[in-house]
Design a protein around this ligand. Structure first.
Ligand SMILES: [Fe+2]
Ligand SMILES: [Fe+2]
Length: 314
């Protein structure tokens, strides 16, 4: 039975009490819009991540790893479509409009998901370091999320992202056992991607941010960043690599790793790059969509018109 709330205060008390909003509920319009925008951004980022992954099919070394890339690409595109459906059900924009907006450059995505990996070392670093940031963020959203359909979709997505994490770890193991040249290549990639990964968590959200107030995200990014540092510093050092942070130190009492300050100025630069990677992928996808438009037209017509001669044999 759909629920409704007479005031925003009443709605917020419901959320603060751990209430979960469902698609048929008469939710406040601002909440609907905020959740919708958040899911659309997530969906776009999954799609862009899938398109970036796909480019590595021919460049990935070895058949087993190529098969893993294909599976991962399929997962990411699947995540995008699952999220587009959840977002479309909110009634603000159709799935088609969301995809068309993305391909026309009218909507946003996390720029890091469209980053260009230049070498196999970069690709390993991204799948090891940056994917872990995305997963930590999704887990934090899942824990807090007040919108039921998104929470349930996240549960499935997170399970698959766990496999992607394992793949990243496996790739690092292999490259760590490699030749001096391979290790040097990977060290260079760690140097290039360490800071963008830390920056990808973003600053903490202000407590009056509606995304925090309405339990869409926790906004406690600093805490997530610290947890990530505790995991990845010892891992990389264990494999004999160095962490490119001159300010990094370990608390002698607790053993906790403390990262040096983040230079947010350089983040804009590192994450946005020249945009050519994303622009090219969007251009390719838009071209493919145009070339396959006849299939969608035929499907739509098929759905409207009775199919001639389809009567079952008597
Ligand atoms: Fe994903
Ligand atoms: Fe993934």
């Amino acid at each position: 039975m759909p629920r409704s709330w007479s005031t925003i205060e009443e709605f917020e008390r419901f959320l603060d009490g751990g209430g979960i909003v469902e698609v048929d509920d008469d939710m406040p319009l601002d909440y609907r819009k905020a959740v919708f925008r958040f899911i659309e951004l997530h969906a776009n980022s999954e799609l862009m991540g899938g398109l970036a992954e796909r480019e590595w099919t021919p460049r990935t070394p070895g058949l087993r790893h190529k098969m893993a890339v294909l599976a991962k690409t399929q997962d990411e595109i699947g995540h995008a479509h699952m999220l587009y459906m959840v977002a479309a059900d909110m009634g603000l924009k159709s799935r088609r409009e969301m995809i068309e907006d993305l391909l026309a450059g009218r909507s946003r995505f996390h720029e890091v998901s469209g980053s260009r990996a230049r070498t196999w070392g970069d690709q390993v670093a991204v799948s090891f370091l940056v994917d872990a940031v995305a997963l930590a963020g999704q887990q934090a959203v899942f824990k807090n999320c007040s919108y039921g359909p998104y929470k349930r979709a996240l549960k499935r997505i997170i399970a698959e992202e766990g496999f992607h994490m394992r793949l990243g770890e496996h790739r690092v193991q292999r490259i760590a056992e490699g030749t001096d040249k391979q290790r040097a290549m990977f060290q260079q990639s760690i140097d290039d991607w360490w800071w963008p990964a830390l920056q990808f968590f973003g600053p903490d959200s202000a407590p009056d941010d509606v995304l925090v107030r309405w339990h869409i995200t926790s906004g406690a990014n600093e805490e997530l960043r610290q947890q990530w540092v505790q995991k990845f510093v010892p891992m990389l050092r264990g494999y004999g690599f160095t962490v490119p942070d001159p300010g990094l130190r370990q608390d002698p009492e607790t053993g906790r790793w403390i990262a040096g300050p983040i230079d947010w100025e350089s983040s804009e630069h590192a994450l946005s790059g020249d945009g050519s990677g994303s622009a090219g992928r969007i251009g390719d996808a838009a071209g493919n969509r145009q070339r396959t438009a006849w299939v969608r037209r035929a499907m739509e017509r098929g759905a409207q018109e009775p199919i001639v001669g389809s009567a079952a044999p008597g």
